[in-house]
Design a protein around this ligand. Structure first.
Ligand code: KIV
Ligand code: ZN
Length: 522
């Protein structure tokens, strides 16, 4: 029972994969992305065969608008989608951002549940219904591809939901999205809702039914898969399942479930599954959100076998304990051992085996850093390379850049940090003492680049074993309710700490420009 033995068959039905990593994923606390980062992700998503890329929420900020516009220029095959509330200004702004796209979709939504109508919108049911018609009709002025979502649909009175859906389709919506916004639904119940929609909305055959499930009870993937049996043909999901609160349905999990259990789930996506690891690693490098080791499909341990019995079985026949091949998700068992004599070509090949494809400049920079690391460290493990490349991806395009750090510490002196940074291309220096070397270093950063953010998380982990291991440091900063995460790795823990702090600071600068749009009010 491997993915090989369950290859797509002629009778199976096609499922549209709608990726919202750049919108819902990016919306999650501590997880903002710059426009160049969004472009890198969009490129990988398109190469992976994603049908629809939701690139952002253009009205949210100048940065979001620019990101959707740039993604629209870059992407040629996938549909590029922009989110808009049920308001003329939102829809016009989304249309403007999407203007350069080869294939564009406007996704407009409004809260339909009693709770959302009463408390968020302060609108009655008829007023919400009116907004549905107005918003979809307005979006249709700009494109034939319009998606309508009833936010909190799973907690909406079914009759009112049917009425809104029917009107949305009559106004021109071609996709009807049913979000389980708060991750409350139970799989059979959610599938029943989709069935009821098909049975009670007279014009439903004129639209694709989509589902958008959040993972608050860990049911997002189950809810999405069961909805397929009930008639849904689009799944909204994100890489690594990132998203608001507990996240969204994980793309890699639904796609591989359809593939591996094709005997039961007779659906196909056009996702090139061998690109999954690359996308997963890119997202965790950019966001600083590490994937939990036991995460299905993309976790570090997803294909690792620790117990003797399992190892023995896998060596005799991998199918004894593996239901899919690591290669099917882009994980290759590598034969290349890297060391200080390895050349650029071998380095590039190794990174490809690990699921990375870097542009020429990034590759050159990463190679220089690899050589420096190989001079300091005898053995270079795959984990070292992953940390090094993640660092390269995470910490490019910065306004504040690390230059050098000299720290004196120990039991006999007050810890002192001498730090040099480059801010907007200008070198600046600071010397600070502190309660420890980390405190002194962070104070020096604050002196050079004053800010009010507080330290919400400071975490160190060793990338590999041994005292010469690289330290990977994660720093999370909080300012006025906004969270940002920075990550960096170095054999010197203090240098990694300074760089991680600076990475977080750069993200804060981007995030400051972004305001979360309020729900519509009457
Ligand atoms: O969770 C949700 O309801 C959403 C909508 C905007 C589709 O993200
Ligand atoms: Zn959502």
């Amino acid at each position: 029972m491997t993915s090989e033995s369950t290859s797509p068959s002629a009778q199976s039905e096609r499922v549209i994969i709608f990726d919202t990593t750049l919108r819902d994923g990016e919306q999650s606390p501590g997880c903002s992305m710059t426009t160049p980062e969004k472009l890198r992700v969009a490129e990988v998503l398109e190469a992976m065969g994603v049908d629809v890329i939701e690139a952002g929420f253009p009205i949210a900020s100048e940065g979001d608008f620019q990101a959707v516009q740039e993604v629209s220029k870059l992407v040629r095959k996938s549909v590029v989608c922009g989110l808009a509330r049920a308001a003329a200004g939102d829809i016009d702004r989304a249309a403007e951002a999407l203007q350069p796209a080869q294939r564009k979709r406007i996704h407009t939504f409004i809260g339909t549940s009693p709770l959302h109508r009463k408390y968020q919108l302060q609108l009655d049911a008829d007023q919400v219904h009116e907004r549905v018609i107005e918003s979809v009709s307005r979006a249709r002025r700009y494109t034939d591809d319009v998606e309508w979502s009833g936010m909190d649909a799973s907690r909406t009175e079914p009759d009112f939901l049917f009425r809104c859906i029917e009107s949305a389709i009559r106004a021109g919506a071609t996709t009807i999205n049913i979000p389980d916004t708060v991750g409350y639904a139970y799989p059979e119940e959610f599938a029943d809702l989709i069935r009821e929609i098909r049975n009670n909305v007279p014009n439903i055959d004129q639209a694709i039914i989509s589902v958008h499930c959040h993972n608050d009870l860990g049911l997002a993937v189950a809810n999405s898969l069961l909805a397929l049996d009930a008639g849904a043909r689009q799944i909204e999901c994100t890489i690594n399942g990132i998203g608001e609160r507990a996240g969204n349905c994980a793309l890699e999990e639904v796609v591989m479930a359809m593939r591996v259990r094709h005997d039961r789930l007779r659906y196909d996506s056009q996702i090139v599954t061998q690109e999954i690891m690359k996308a997963s690693r890119l997202i965790s490098a950019i966001t600083g959100f590490q994937v939990q080791p036991n995460k299905a499909i993309v976790g570090m341990n997803a294909f690792a076998h620790e117990s003797g019995i399992h190892q023995d079985g896998v060596l005799k026949n991998a199918q004894t304990y593996e239901i899919m091949r690591p290669e099917d998700v882009g994980l290759f068992r590598s034969s290349l051992v890297m060391g200080k004599h390895s050349g650029r070509h071998a380095f590039k090949k190794k990174l490809e085996e690990l699921g990375y494809s870097l542009g020429e400049n990034a590759l050159n920079d990463a190679f220089i850093r690899f050589k420096a690391l190989a001079d300091k460290k005898k053995e270079i493990f795959d984990e070292d390379l992953v940390a090094l490349v993640d660092d390269e991806i995470h910490n490019s395009d910065q306004q504040v850049r690390f230059v050098s750090l000299y720290v004196q510490c120990g039991s006999k002196i007050r810890p002192t940090a001498e730090l040099e940074l480059e801010v907007d291309g200008v070198r600046r220096e600071a010397v600070q003492t502190g309660d420890g070397p980390v405190d002194a270093t962070f104070k020096a950063i604050r002196q050079i680049f004053p800010h009010d953010a507080g330290l919400a998380l400071f975490q160190i982990h060793a990338v590999t074993e041994g005292t010469d291991a690289q330290a990977e440091v994660t720093v999370r900063l909080e300012e006025a309710g906004k969270l940002v995460t920075g990550q960096a790795a170095d054999t010197d823990t203090l240098v990694a700490a300074a760089q991680a702090y600076i990475a977080a600071l750069n993200r804060l600068v981007t995030k400051r420009e972004k305001t979360a749009p309020a729900a519509l009010s009457a």
